[in-house]
Design a binder for this molecule. Structure first.
Ligand SMILES: [Cu+2]
Length: 139
């Protein structure tokens, strides 16, 4: 299956909140760009164009997070983390305290990237297991 076709065909604004509606049948797997196995983002690296939205979907039974590294976003770019936290510290604290930001099995998280550059992110509970990913945003 070609995930990139989803991004390419949908565009940025249109994909917001519609991830589950684009594949047709109600029983079909919603479209997404990055899936999650038990301890990895799949694929771990995606490339998009500025203005596009990346959709992550938890395709595993374990809960995961999508959490940007504080130093992993380009200058002038918005910090992003599932749960909507404004910093890596805040996201880590929330997860430790109450599993804040956890993406349950089959749930999605999405973020629209407007500033070109490289974004590095991770999953809080599985970071040490190597669950990290990269989004490269082209002009
Ligand atoms: Cu994880």
């Amino acid at each position: 299956m070609n995930r990139r076709a989803f991004l390419g065909g949908v565009g940025a604004a249109a994909s917001l909140g519609l991830a589950g509606c684009l594949t047709g049948g109600s029983d079909a797997e919603p479209s997404y760009d990055v899936g999650m196995s038990s301890s990895a983002f799949e694929p771990s690296r995606v490339e998009v164009t500025a203005g596009e939205t990346v959709v992550w979907r938890n395709t595993n039974s374990r809960a995961h997070t999508v959490t940007a590294y504080e130093t992993g976003v380009p200058e002038g770019a918005e910090y992003f983390a599932s749960g909507g936290y404004g910093s890596e510290r805040e996201a880590r604290d929330a997860f430790i305290e109450s599993f804040g930001g956890a993406i349950a099995s089959r749930d999605t998280y999405e973020h629209t990237f407007t500033v070109p550059g490289q974004y590095d992110y991770f999953c809080i509970p599985h970071e040490r297991g190597g669950m990290v990913g990269t989004v490269v945003v082209q002009e």
